[in-house]
Design a protein around this ligand. Structure first.
Ligand SMILES: [Zn+2]
Ligand SMILES: [Zn+2]
Length: 340
């Protein structure tokens, strides 16, 4: 028996703004769990290779296909946008480059397992990417599990990518842990089955954990009445670091209430340009700055939103464009919203 055939596992992780906080922390932890579990299973250690693709405004292959002993879990961070289309295109490209195809003289790798996690609706041209994927995936080139996280996912989009669409109803820390335990067990059992030479029958997945359910084609969810959450990008006046303000819609009314804020890292040019505008009259309250705990926010004519203190008596200087500003009872302002 030869162990030279690999089982490629691609994880596509949504790193859009709505994943800030618990979501991104648990995906980071979950990937470490997966790698640690694979290292405990001799067959998985021989066969499983893992690649990580993240997507927000753009998609990136954060880790190329790597065996589990060499795989070092990276720390993913959040950026605006949900480019599912770009992630699918990148997945195809990576599989084409990395997965060894069978030929009369070479026994290629096993069919890759792909786990796509997303908690929002695509913000890019996903339809042409999905069409390209469907074309490439006929006959099947991968076993893809599309996992919608939370209530804002349009599962009809996921259905066009995969026959297997799952939904995570809650997204607390325990739910995420259960999902990654399940994912690890799935990869582990697939590696044992395939590695022992049984690659003809379909892979049996372990039964789904609490909080993770199949979405039947007849029960597709398309969130109604617009986004349940709105995010604004702001800058701390004290340390000039970016953060996200999270607002959630209350009931069916049109306003969004301030919930919390999350520090952001590694923002790039273009990240904030990806956001469509929203009028601040839709928003109720301001979450405090996660860097300096300033309680309010101000807007510069340059478009920057930044944290401010109500007791501030020195001149206000915009942390983005350095303009000196004077404020006096201004009304509503148009600010940037992100829909990821
Ligand atoms: Zn601040
Ligand atoms: Zn400014």
């Amino acid at each position: 028996m030869s162990f030279s055939r690999r089982l490629p596992v691609y994880i596509l992780a949504d790193c859009s703004e709505s994943m800030a906080g618990t979501g991104i922390d648990e995906i980071n932890r979950g990937i470490s769990t997966l790698v640690a579990e694979m290292r405990k299973n001799p067959m998985a250690m021989e066969t499983v290779c893992i690649s990580l693709i993240s997507f927000s405004r753009v998609a990136r292959q954060v880790v190329p296909l790597t065996d589990v002993l060499s795989f070092e879990p990276p720390k993913l961070s959040v950026r605006p946008g949900t480019a599912i289309g770009a992630a699918i295109v990148l997945l195809l490209k990576c599989m084409q480059k990395e997965v060894v195809k069978s030929s009369p003289t070479v026994r290629g790798d096993f069919k890759p397992l792909v786990f796509l996690f997303t908690d929002g609706q695509p913000t890019d041209d996903w339809q042409s990417a999905v069409n390209a994927f469907r074309q490439a995936n006929n006959p099947k080139i991968a076993n893809l599990y599309a996992i919608g996280c939370g209530p804002d996912v349009d599962t009809s989009v996921l259905r066009q990518i995969s026959d297997i669409v799952l939904n995570m109803s809650t997204m607390d820390s325990d739910a995420w842990k259960r999902v990654f335990v399940w994912l690890s067990a799935s990869v582990s059992s697939a590696s044992v089955k395939l590695g022992s030479g049984n690659d003809k029958s379909p892979i049996d997945m372990p039964s789904l954990p609490d909080g993770l359910d199949f979405v039947s084609p007849n029960a597709e969810v398309r969130p109604e009445g617009g986004q349940r959450q709105v995010f604004l990008q702001a800058i701390c006046r004290k340390n000039r670091r970016p953060y996200l303000m999270r607002f959630a819609r209350q009931g069916r009314g049109g306003t969004y209430t301030a919930i919390c804020s999350h520090p952001l890292e590694n923002l790039e040019d273009g990240d904030s340009d990806a956001l469509p505008p929203v009028n601040s009259s839709m928003l109720d309250g301001v979450p405090e700055c996660p860097h300096c705990h300033n309680q309010i926010a101000a807007v510069c004519p340059c478009g920057a939103i930044f944290c401010d203190s109500p007791t501030n008596d020195s001149p206000v200087v915009c942390p983005k464009c350095s303009a000196e500003l004077s404020f006096g009872g201004n009304g509503n302002f148009d600010i940037q919203r992100s829909q990821g």
